[in-house]
Design a protein around this ligand. Sequence first.
Ligand SMILES: Cc1cc2nc3c(=O)[nH]c(=O)nc-3n(C[C@H](O)[C@H](O)[C@H](O)COP(=O)(O)O)c2cc1C
Length: 188
Amino acid sequence: MMRAKTAVDIHELFAQRRSPRSLDETATMSRNDVIGILEAARWAPSANNVQPWRFVVGQRGDDEFVKILSSLVPFNQAWAHRASLLVAVGGESFREDGNANPTFMYDCGLAVAQLTLEAHHRGFVAHQMAGFDAEKAAELFEGQKPIVIVAIGKQAPADQLEGPAFDRENAARERKDLAEIVLRGLPL
Ligand SMILES: Cc1cc2nc3c(=O)[nH]c(=O)nc-3n(C[C@H](O)[C@H](O)[C@H](O)COP(=O)(O)O)c2cc1C
């Protein structure tokens, strides 16, 4: 896999992680790998250790997978149907005391970041999607707010994709320069 161009060396997982769309529709995930990525998410930090994240997991071929897939917008369905696993992530927006939790989405993002990197560490790729129908996705949960759906699978050659998805598949990953995102205090 292509390494990101970084100003100094960083961990392989960050430099090589990318969000491909071409997935191997025959690949499956072992129970150990599925539990492994969920454990990585479970051990994310959260404000006051509230752990607002909730997950619905579908394995290709089961009913839960079909339900999660059908909540995605058509562009995402067109490639994500080949995922080995779809994980819908929802967040509890209120704390147990009834007050709103202002950091619930942030906390869920941290959990998804950990899940994503654990998936890559285990030889899979993980691709996050906000392109879903909010009402359909809400039906997956028990009152939690749908936040993101993650497709996890084995990367396959790009040529099974078409159009913009094909064009983007092997394009170099781009990022803003550090000088643009560090407003002050960047060491010279
Ligand atoms: C919150 C979030 C929502 C995203 N939604 C979609 C999506 O609906 N469909 C899609 O194909 N990619 C989606 N992406 C993937 C991004 O386009 C991708 O992460 C970004 O272009 C950077 O590429 P990289 O992950 O390969 O570095 C999403 C990523 C994030 C973090």
